[in-house]
Design a protein around this ligand. Structure first.
Ligand code: GDP
Length: 287
């Protein structure tokens, strides 16, 4: 379920500590992000937590993102020496290719082990990410109907349960939850648009104006059809005037607050098409 957490410094320190603790137990970290905002939904201190641990950036909700931009993001990460894959955990897409990537990542290690006469064992995974990126959904997809708890690891304060995915993989039953980025207002707006942070933190009309700006720059123009607009008609409008026009077109007279709610809702349930708000070329530096 979508969860809204208020993050205070104490919570952050605790979340970080717990994530670092879990790190010692796993072979591969799956860093889950929202494919519509791969950079904005990435916790800023993840590299500090993961360090040299093998990891994969998993762009989830790819069903809602612009397919071309998702490919560009994957290529962008590849150039940075990182493995990234796109999945759609909700509709169970891309899970097998993700598992193959995990195998590829671990192959050299198991090769080394084999030389020493050590048999390969199940690869231990954990999922890490900010709230609402789909961590629980992915865990459910991984485990499917054959949920089986492999066993508790004694000696750790909180018993860690391992879910057996198949012969090859085991997954920590609880994901690492980290906080979203707060510093940059643009990032905050993108997180709000996608529903990753509480709506009330920002004004709904402010979020909507920001979304309309993105829609105007987006490669596809489904929103024009949706709100009965023509390119000519909106060409010269300010974004505020565009919001007022849409409000009128959807029959809400001057209730632009409600119109804003409607537009955000339309974006979130994909009625405006597949739109990615983060672009790899304009993103800030990563580490
Ligand atoms: P968590 O807080 O990271 O555990 O996120 P959840 O697994 O609770 O997912 C948050 C919301 O996103 C839920 O409404 C899910 O149904 C939805 N969701 C998760 N994965 C996907 C996906 O790949 N595509 C779409 N469209 N929705 C998804």
């Amino acid at each position: 379920m979508s969860q809204v957490i208020q993050w205070y410094p104490g919570h952050m320190a605790k979340a970080k500590r717990e994530a670092i603790e879990k790190m010692g137990l796993v072979d591969v970290v799956l860093e889950l992000v929202d494919a519509r905002i791969p950079e904005s939904s990435r916790n800023p201190i993840i590299p500090e937590i993961i360090k040299q641990k093998p990891s994969i950036i998993v762009l989830n909700k790819s069903d809602m993102a612009d397919a071309k931009l998702t490919s560009e993001w994957i290529e962008f990460y590849r150039q940075q020496g990182k493995t990234a894959v796109a999945i759609d955990a909700l509709h169970n897409k891309g899970i097998k290719p993700l598992q193959r990537k995990i195998n590829d990542l671990m192959a050299p290690y198991f090769e080394e082990q084999k030389k020493k006469g050590i048999k390969p064992r199940a690869i231990r995974l954990m999922i890490l990410g900010i709230p609402n990126v789909g961590k629980s959904t992915l865990i459910n997809r991984f485990v499917g109907k054959n949920q089986a708890i492999v066993g508790n690891k004694p000696g750790v304060t909180k018993a860690q349960r391992w879910l057996k995915i198949n012969k090859e993989f085991e997954l920590l039953d609880t994901p690492g939850i980290l906080w979203p980025k707060f510093e940059d207002p643009e990032t905050g707006k993108k997180l709000a648009i996608t529903g990753a942070i509480k709506d009330s933190i920002l004004h709904i009309d402010e979020i909507t104006l920001s979304l309309l700006d993105y829609l105007r720059q987006a490669p596809q123009t489904l929103y024009l059809t949706k709100y009965n607009l023509s390119q000519d008609e909106i060409e010269e409008l300010t974004t505020v005037d565009l919001l007022l026009l849409i409000t009128k077109k959807i029959g809400l007279k001057d209730n632009y607050e409600e119109a804003s709610q409607r537009i955000i809702q339309d974006f979130r349930n994909n009625s405006l098409g597949r739109i990615t708000l983060d672009r790899p070329d304009v993103s800030e530096e990563f580490e």
